[in-house]
Each structure stands twice: as C-alpha cells, then as structure tokens.
Design a protein around this ligand. Structure first.
Ligand code: FAD
Length: 542
C-alpha cells in the first residue's frame, strides 16, 4: 500500500460538494437554463441533475422547432455514460428504447472488394492484423469482434438447456438508439428527475454590459433569468453563435458533405451487429439497425448531386426504402464552446458529419467538461480556457481523422470521389502519413516513434484507428514482416472461428438480454466488465 496513491488517486466526476453555492452569494450558480430539447439538451439537463443535485435545472424548447431527429449510432463510451454517469437502469432503457448493439463499423470502402471492419476491439489485435493481411489480403480477420461482425453474430452463447453465457463484458460495444424513442424516453426521465420544462420559443437573447447573457425573452414576451445558460439549440446556435457571435471555424476544406437523404428499410428480422458505411456516387450511406427496421441515410455533397438524384440512388441501393427525409448540416466548430455564462453543447457548438458517430460522443464529452468544472459561483476561478482548448482540439482531431476517409477512398471513380482524392485538405496529417508510408501497422513501430506520434499527431481514435482505416482501405505502405510463423496465426484464427460458430445471431442475443435481466446486471455491475473498468474515463482519454 505504501507504493500506491494514499489519497485514492484522481476522482471520477462524481458529486463534488465543494462546488455547492454558498448562501447569500449573489454570483452563485444555482439556476441553469438548458435551451433546446434534442439529445444534447436532455442529456445535459439529466447530467446536471445527477451530479449537481442542488441546481435548479429548466429545459426550454420550442416544440414548433423540431429536433434534428438523426444521431442513432454511438460509440462505446455511451454505455457507461448512460448506466453509470446518469444511473439509467439498463432494463428500463431496453424496455423504453429497445437499443441494438454496435460492435463496430463495416465499411464498404477502399480498394479491397469486401471492404473492411472497424471493430471496437481494434486495440486488442486479438487474432492479428499481419496474419490476416498475409493470408486473406484484408484486415477482416484481425480481431474476434471483426469475425463476429462478418457473420452477424454477438458474443453470447447457449449454455446448458436454456441458459445464456455472455462475453459482452469483455468486448467494448455501443448502442444504436432509435432517435425518436430515445428522446421520448429522456424527456420522460427528465420530468421524473425534477428537470423543469418550458415550451416556448426564445426570440431574444439580452446581453448585459459585461457581455454575459442577462436574460432571455420568449415569443410570448416572458422574461427568463438563469445563472448559467447551456446552448443546446442545434445548428441555430442561438446563444453562442448568434448572440455572442463566437467565430465559426469551417471544416469544409476537408469535409465536402452538407446534406443527407434519410429513409427506412425493412430488415425482415435480420439485425446486424454493426453500423454499415457504404460508398455512394457523391458520398456514403449509413445503415443503422433498429429492432424493427434499418434506418439509412445518404450523406452527400449538394454541390455534386441533387436531392432527387440522391433519393433515386438510395432507392437503387435499397429498393424497399420508404419515408424519405432531407437533413442539412455544416461541418465545423465555433472558436469557443464556453463564453461567460454560456456553454454550448451539441450541434450549436460543433459538428463534423455522421461518419464515425462522433456527435453523441462529443456531446457527452461536453457534458463531462461542464459538470466537472462548473464553479459554485462566478466569482470563483473558472477553467473555461482549458475546456475550450481541449474541446476544440478534439474536434480538430476528428476533422483530420474523417478527412482520411475521403482522401484515400479509391472505391468509386465519380466526380465527387475524384474531387475528394484530389482536394481533401489533409494538411494536419502530414507527419502521421509520412510515418505510415514508411512502415505499418503503426502498432508495431518503434516505441519512440509511436510515442512521438501519439503526442503530436491528430489521431483522435489513437494509432489503432489509423491502422485500421488505412490498412483497411489498402493505402500504400511498407508492410512490416510477421513476427510468428503463419501457422501460429492460423491456429489462433481457427480457435476464434470455433467460438464464432457457436455465437448467437445479434437478434437472438438481444432477445436473450430482453428476457434475462441478469445478463445486463453482470455487464454493468461486474468489476471486471469493461463498462465498469473504463467508465467515462475512456471518453476523456479517447
Ligand atoms: P437538435 O436535435 O437540433 O435540437 C435543437 C433543439 O433546440 C430543439 O429542441 C429545438 O426545438 C430547440 N430550439 C432551437 N431554436 C430554439 C429557440 N429559438 N427557442 C427554443 N428552442 C429552440 N451523432 C451520432 O452520435 N451518431 C450518428 O449516427 C449521427 N448521425 C447524424 C446524421 C446527420 C445527418 C446529422 C446532421 C447529425 C448526426 N449526428 C449523429 C449528430 C446528432 O444528430 C446530434 O449531435 C444530436 O442529435 C444532437 O442534436 P442537438 O440536440 O444539438 O440539436
């Protein structure tokens, strides 16, 4: 014990009594107005109630202004965020929202005919990327999870007569959350947990002499006063962008898409355990399974294709598609997320594009930043600068990571993809790409080189993410030699295949979790589960 941290080390962003406001302090932070009722607004309001229970939290939304209504694929950090940080009972979530599982992303992308898997266990390299490339010329047998994805299975097995054995606690996974059901559930939960609610449109944001927000005025003429204003108004960016005029940093040089045509496609009970990303003529299409059907969206550039053409192309991919909708977006971030008594979370601050599902992940990171650093009084020091710098850096890293998807995708020879290959700005990646060209996988490079890359290159999902994306697409490199006989690799792969053969389909495994609450209890409660071990720290260090 003498060699361990005597005071228990860093703390989780739990309830911090030191940030409770003092009696009689006129600058105390007590009343919080969350403006916007999309995923960003509701998750923020719930987090503030969970971690700062003394705050009076009111969510203001204009029911007449619809939420964006997309944003259904998540990343693994959402699982501990919902169940540990917000304390949502998994069984309640399963009953109300009926999530499906995402073991990773399946990319119909790059030069290899079968595309490539980007499983969430990519950091484990459990079967081996070099052996996979050597024996089948793709990376799709590099981890256990990628083998499960190829066969549409989940790591849950029959055990005994009618029992089920789950290995879900050993493999990171995320949820697909049907957006309408998720927001409906969060709305109901917020009411139960004491979040106030006002249905009104904010017409005016009135600033004080110090440049801080003094109060809001609704379209009914009502004045609303808060100590802290959280701008969750979506792309309108009512407070941060419009009222406070925080400059906008566009990512349009790296990311050319700005619109999506979405639709619903029957899946006839075949639930895939992944999000699929399919290269299209002027962009790509997501396919996200819900329990009832697949939700799809053709993300494209309005400069290269019309809505009618995009709809027709989507219909060629999925002849049974119906319920088409068009969604507009822009890629970029504001210079700062937190100015004075306004913090923006969600699309009001930043958005890239749907590839790699960064939206909800970054919303949760914004929430952790606010909750973890909100002072009890505006007279106390407030770490806005560090929060702004850290969030901006993360968004810039995502920009560069996504830019690689466009710059190096050789699958289609259309005007859009030729433009992407020629013009996508990847200037932030120069050093990283140079190292990759000299030898890959990066995971086997010299530790000093790796260390330098990790501390200087904008990788966002780490070097394993870069390896997966570039090797998966067949991007040119000098492949490092195998360090074991190929038969050793084959033996490991054969053992993994035996397990995959016995795994349940994703639909069967989900049904098992619906029926047996012990499976979820074990996943979120066992000390050796990744959900417990990594918690929300995974987000901060991602
Ligand atoms: P919104 O949902 O737009 O909510 C804005 C709220 O503000 C609404 O309630 C509205 O009523 C209110 N409001 C606006 N103006 C006023 C006003 N004047 N007065 C009062 N209220 C007002 N993220 C992922 O993680 N995974 C994905 O798969 C994914 N896919 C996406 C696909 C597309 C095409 C797009 C565009 C985004 C996607 N995202 C995804 C991002 C994700 O959708 C958003 O980050 C998320 O839904 C949060 O949205 P929001 O709450 O910021 O804004």
């Amino acid at each position: 014990a003498l060699f361990e941290d005597g005071e228990g080390g860093p703390r989780d962003a739990g309830i911090d009594p030191a940030s409770r406001p003092r009696q009689g302090d006129p600058r105390a932070v007590r009343r919080v107005g969350v403006i916007g009722g999309g995923t960003a607004g509701y998750l923020t309001a719930l987090a503030l109630r969970a971690k700062r229970p003394w705050l009076e939290v009111t969510l203001v939304e204009a029911k007449g202004i619809p939420i964006i209504g997309v944003g259904e694929a998540t990343t693994p950090s959402m699982v501990p965020f919902l169940h540990h940080y917000l304390g949502i009972d998994p069984q309640e979530l399963y009953e109300a929202v009926a999530p499906t599982w995402k073991l990773g992303i399946r990319f119909d992308w790059g030069g290899k005919p079968g595309g490539f898997m980007a499983p969430f266990d990519w950091g484990s390299n459990s079967v081996g990327v070099l052996g996979s490339l050597a024996t089948q010329d793709d990376i799709n047998a590099f981890t256990f999870q990628s083998l499960l994805m190829e066969r549409d299975r989940a790591p849950v097995f029959r055990s005994g007569d009618d029992g089920r054995l789950s290995l879900m606690k050993h493999l990171p996974f995320a949820y697909h959350l049907d957006n309408a059901r998720f927001v409906r559930y969060l709305t109901e939960l917020a009411e139960r947990r004491g979040v106030g609610h006002i249905d009104a449109k904010i017409d005016e944001v009135v600033l004080g002499a110090d440049g801080w927000v003094d109060h809001l005025v609704t379209d009914g003429g009502e004045r609303l006063d808060f100590d802290l204003y959280v701008d969750c108004s979506g792309f309108r960016s009512l407070l941060l962008g419009k009222a406070l005029d925080s400059p906008y940093v566009s990512f349009a040089d790296s990311l050319f898409t700005d619109r999506a045509v979405t639709a619903i496609v029957p899946h006839h009970g075949r639930i895939k355990p992944y999000t699929r990303a399919t290269t299209m003529d002027a962009g790509w299409c997501w396919t996200i399974p819900t329990r009832d059907d697949d939700h799809v969206g053709y993300v494209h550039s309005s400069g290269f294709i019309s809505v009618e053409e995009a709809t027709a192309e989507l219909q060629r991919l999925y002849p049974e598609a119906h319920t088409f909708r068009t969604v507009h977006f822009r890629s970029g971030r504001h210079e700062e997320a937190w100015i004075g008594n306004v913090m923006a979370i969600g699309n009001s601050y930043a958005f890239v594009e749907p590839l790699e599902s960064s939206g909800l992940m970054m919303i949760t990171l914004g929430i952790l930043s606010l909750v973890g650093s909100l002072p009890g009084s505006w007279d106390e020091p407030c770490p806005r600068k560090v929060v702004n710098a850290a969030l901006a850096k993360k968004w810039d890293e995502i920009r560069w990571f996504l830019a690689m998807h466009y710059r190096f995708n050789t699958r289609k020879d259309t005007d859009f993809w030729r433009a992407c290959r020629a013009d996508t700005d990847v200037s932030g990646l120069e050093a990283l790409l140079e190292v990759f060209a000299g030898g890959a996988p990066l995971r086997f490079r010299d530790p000093v080189v790796r260390g330098f890359l990790e501390s200087t290159a904008p990788t966002f999902y780490g070097l394993d993410g870069v390896d997966c994306l570039l090797l998966g697409q067949g991007h040119p490199t000098r492949l490092l030699p195998m360090t074991e006989p190929v038969d050793a690799w084959r033996a490991r792969k054969a053992a993994a295949d035996v397990l995959v053969d016995r795994a349940l389909t994703a639909a069967e495994a989900l049904a098992a979790f619906d029926q047996d609450p012990r499976l979820n209890a074990q996943l979120v409660g066992d000390p050796d589960s990744w959900v417990v071990r990594t918690g929300t720290n995974r987000l901060v260090s991602a």
